[in-house]
Design a protein. Structure first.
Length: 203
């Protein structure tokens, strides 16, 4: 669910394949298994990049430390989803340290580029993109109120008792610890994603 991180890690804006990588990275969760082979090679690379980012994140000891904290707080199987959302919150808060574009400008540009490719997206992603643009999710992550709205929306689609609607309270109780996790982890993820993208696009 960490859309902001995935979109930011889609490579150089000036690259000829950037639009395809961005698209693949965005739709990856809705392209199961080998269905990615229906897409052009650079879009496939974006899908594979997304999957590699997810694997790296899920297996990283710093992220596991945070998800364990969330499990101990009672969030069970949803700890990973909540952790992803917390990462996007801190990325939005510290965006200037990872991108030459201001967050608001980045969001506008990415919304425009994704909307231009909307017809190539699975139907459910097309629908979701409309909500993302309308409610400006990427900018909203920067404020705890926006994060709370996003988590409350997820809780309505989750199993009863997920508790995601209260996760911001947990964030605020241990804000410094979660922020420190982000500061330790995200530069490593950025470097991994850059190297993985080079590998995926190698001839």
């Amino acid at each position: 669910m960490n859309f902001l991180a995935h979109l930011l890690l889609s490579g150089s804006v000036g690259a000829t394949v950037y639009s395809d990588i961005l698209l693949g990275n965005f739709i990856a969760d809705s392209v199961p298994g080998r269905q990615l082979e229906a897409y052009p090679p650079a879009v496939q690379a974006g899908i594979r990049l997304h999957r590699a980012i997810d694997t790296f994140t899920d297996q990283h000891p710093v992220v596991r430390r945070g998800t364990q904290r969330l499990r101990e707080a009672g969030y069970g199987k949803y700890a990973g989803v909540i952790s992803d959302m917390f990462l996007d919150h801190f990325l939005a808060r510290h965006f200037a340290g990872f991108s030459p574009e201001p967050l608001a400008g980045f969001a506008r540009r990415v919304y425009g580029q994704l909307t231009a490719r909307q017809a190539a997206m699975p139907a459910r992603v097309q629908h979701m993109l409309g909500y993302m643009v309308q409610h400006n999710w990427l900018l909203g992550y920067a404020e705890t109120a926006g994060l709370a709205r996003a988590l409350s929306g997820l809780s309505r689609r989750a199993s009863p008792g997920s508790g995601m609607e209260t996760a911001v309270e947990e964030l605020l109780r241990h804000y410094d610890a979660y922020e420190a996790d982000f500061q330790e982890f995200f530069p490593q993820l950025r470097d991994f994603a850059a190297g993985e993208l080079v590998r995926l696009l190698a001839p």
